[in-house]
Design a protein around this ligand. Structure first.
Ligand code: PLP
Length: 402
């Protein structure tokens, strides 16, 4: 399926895009091509710079049929021309930064983002001579004020892990593009079903496919979706030269998960709505953040921008000591929900994140940015990834500890 092929709905696309009966055997399910190399039919060059549209399979770091099948599926679901899959979500973020930024360039990054991305942006990029400004992406004036003539990339994340704050993608895309910069967005929390990022102006949409896209907690991987031109540059740099490629086995597992992504996202959203409403009515819970709740400070933006509210809930229970005590109680007493990091799986997962620890290790926010964080997360939050179990069972589980 090609770009913006809207002749099929998302459920059909998720199942059929990128695949078809195996020409060799007629197998209805796609095979796994584990071969690292491919027999050449002609004498060809051996440099990534020789990579052309019609280059056949040469070596699996350049491309692999099973990985390409998943890349086509994700591109079709995200409404982009192309996609590059990577060894992890972090490899996808690294691929974006190291393909499109060079020493002397400037990059604007969300002041809150996935902790690994926050650390990469704060520690690694400056070491390579790339200047980074972190801004609260919900503050459009701050984003505009951060732009410089040498700004090449704006990187945001929405809804942002772990606090569920949103970025107005269309507005930030205008600011980035007016300044001649690309906009990349980590849409892991939303999944490709959550937002039509390409239509909103995002140039590069990245996902940790470890999360919703794979959906079953059994494979680590990443993806970046965008135009054929930008993804082609990333394939050359990040895949062929930096080498962080996805294994065909993981691609096959994730593709199997992708087939049910639209159905799963509907169930995640419906389950999260029930759990979020229950949490909101719970006296011990001081704050619940889920884009589908009318109480979310950016609920209007959520309704405008999101096609699915996803299953990620953040909630507060008061001060850090209370949060830590409840977290320990969860470890001891939850029967269904796993106390574990990660998200987007069929199994529900919960994890407590204290503000102090996160500030020391990942975000190091001060002043207005720290105040804005505290406004959302207080002394710390529980990040709950609502899985696909019966919501009544999840509520009964939470009822034991809240
Ligand atoms: C998990 C996650 C990542 C990193 O992905 P890995 O597959 O664990 O490397 C990046 N961004 C977000 C929003 C995530 O939740």
């Amino acid at each position: 399926m090609t770009r913006r092929n809207r002749s099929f709905g998302p459920m059909t696309t998720a199942i059929h895009a990128g695949e078809g009966p195996d020409p060799a055997t007629g197998a209805s399910a796609p095979p796994i091509h584990m071969s690292s190399t491919y027999v050449s039919e002609s004498v060809a060059g051996f440099s990534a710079h020789d990579l052309a549209e019609d280059t056949g399979w040469l070596y699996s770091r350049w491309g692999n049929p099973t990985v390409a099948m998943l890349e086509s599926k994700i591109a079709a679901l995200q409404g982009t021309e192309a996609c590059l899959c990577t060894a992890s979500g972090m490899a996808a973020a690294t691929a974006i930064f190291l393909t499109f930024l060079s020493a002397g360039d400037h990059c604007v990054v969300s002041d809150v983002s996935y902790a690994g991305v926050a650390e990469l942006a704060r520690d690694t990029l400056p070491r390579l001579g790339i200047e980074v400004t972190t801004v609260n992406m919900a503050d459009l004036d701050a984003v505009a004020a951060a732009m410089r003539p040498e700004t090449r990339l704006v990187h945001t994340e929405t809804p942002v892990n772990p606090i569920g704050r949103l970025t107005d993608l269309a507005a930030v895309a205008r600011i980035a593009h007016d300044a001649g910069a690309l906009l990349s967005c980590d849409a892991t929390f939303a999944s490709p079903l959550g937002m039509d990022t390409a239509a909103l102006g995002v140039d590069l949409t990245m996902h940790s496919i470890t999360k919703y896209i794979g959906g079953h907690g059994d494979a680590v991987g990443g993806a970046v979706a965008g135009s054929a031109e930008l993804i082609g540059r990333m394939r050359l740099e990040a895949a062929i030269h930096h080498g962080g490629i996805l294994s065909p086995f993981n691609a096959w597992l994730v593709a199997r998960g992708t087939a049910t992504l639209p159905l799963r996202m509907k169930a995640h959203e419906a389950g999260a709505r029930m759990v979020a409403e229950w949490l909101e009515a719970r006296p011990r819970v001081t704050r619940v953040i889920w884009p589908g709740l009318a109480s979310h400070p950016q609920h209007d933006l959520a309704v405008r921008q999101m096609r699915n509210m996803s299953g990620m809930i953040a909630f507060q229970v008061g001060d850090a000591a209370t949060g830590e005590a409840i977290a320990q109680d969860m470890i001891d007493r939850l029967e269904v929900i796993h106390y574990a990091v990660s998200l987007g799986h069929h199994r529900s997962l919960i994890f407590w994140m204290g503000t102090e620890g996160l500030m020391d290790s990942s975000f190091r926010l001060t002043g207005d940015q720290l105040a804005a964080w505290r406004d959302w997360a207080g002394d710390g939050i529980f990040r709950l990834s609502v899985g696909l179990e019966d919501p009544e069972d999840l509520i009964a589980d939470l009822d034991r500890v809240l």
